[in-house]
Design a protein around this ligand. Sequence first.
Ligand SMILES: Nc1ncnc2c1ncn2[C@@H]1O[C@H](COP(=O)(O)OP(=O)(O)O)[C@@H](O)[C@H]1O
Ligand SMILES: [Mg+2]
Length: 270
Amino acid sequence: MTNASTTREPSIRVRSVEKSYKDLHVLRGVDFDVAPGSIFALLGSNGAGKTTMVKILSTLLKTDAGTATVNGFDVATHPLRVRESISLTGQFAAVDEILSGRENLVLVARLRHLENPREVADELLARFNLADAALRKVSTYSGGMRRRLDIAMSLIGHPKVIFLDEPTTGLDPEARIDVWQIIKDLATQGTTVLLTTQYLDEAEQLAERIAILHQGRIIANGTLAELKQLLPPAKAEYVEKQPTLEDVFLALVGNEGKAATTAATSKEQS
Ligand SMILES: Nc1ncnc2c1ncn2[C@@H]1O[C@H](COP(=O)(O)OP(=O)(O)O)[C@@H](O)[C@H]1O
Ligand SMILES: [Mg+2]
């Protein structure tokens, strides 16, 4: 999609990462690479360990074993350098409800010591289609507007790598498509995007590479086309039916992964 950078140093490199919460061994040896400027989806059911992995990469949590580097910096030995080059948009929006959208953006721009916080805020408000709502309190925003603001805030200071933890969970279909477009635009501009999702269609739509996290390990990692080749096409007379990502996911993960396939029919909230 965006580049032919597989020979370059990966933006994110994860090797044999393990993490437990007391007796719960969540990550049991996770390995993957993310190429610069690409969109990489970490796909897994609820509780698979996606947020745990993102927290490790964004230095909020320490590994028990293994190594991870972001932008060439080891998260264990150079956490500050890692933090300088990333931003994280969590599963639950981090915007301040009692401030306006514009105030939220100006605040972050100030915290990041930018010289022109107001201009930065106005530019982002326009780019994320929030200009009309700029002066309203965030408590009056819809779910989609909050998520757009959240992503806008995370772009301040031009991080090289952005982590989006379930960026569209809880959004209505229209807001979801807006966020998808924003994510595609980010990668086009050269930002490396690691997103987590439990939605197969989201991974299918956005990601150049998809890694399936299941029972603490990456059980499949490839392009959509590569993942589809894991299953033989079902032949019916002369018509070949190609497997969908859903077929591949269910075949690999089994039925307990079924929760991850019901995205389109799950209840929307805002
Ligand atoms: N701070 C914590 N203490 C104990 N257990 C946790 C903690 N955070 C997450 N877990 C558990 O670890 C597993 C993986 O969680 P998480 O990484 O949030 O998964 P995902 O984001 O894929 O839904 C889940 O079973 C979850 O309940
Ligand atoms: Mg999570």
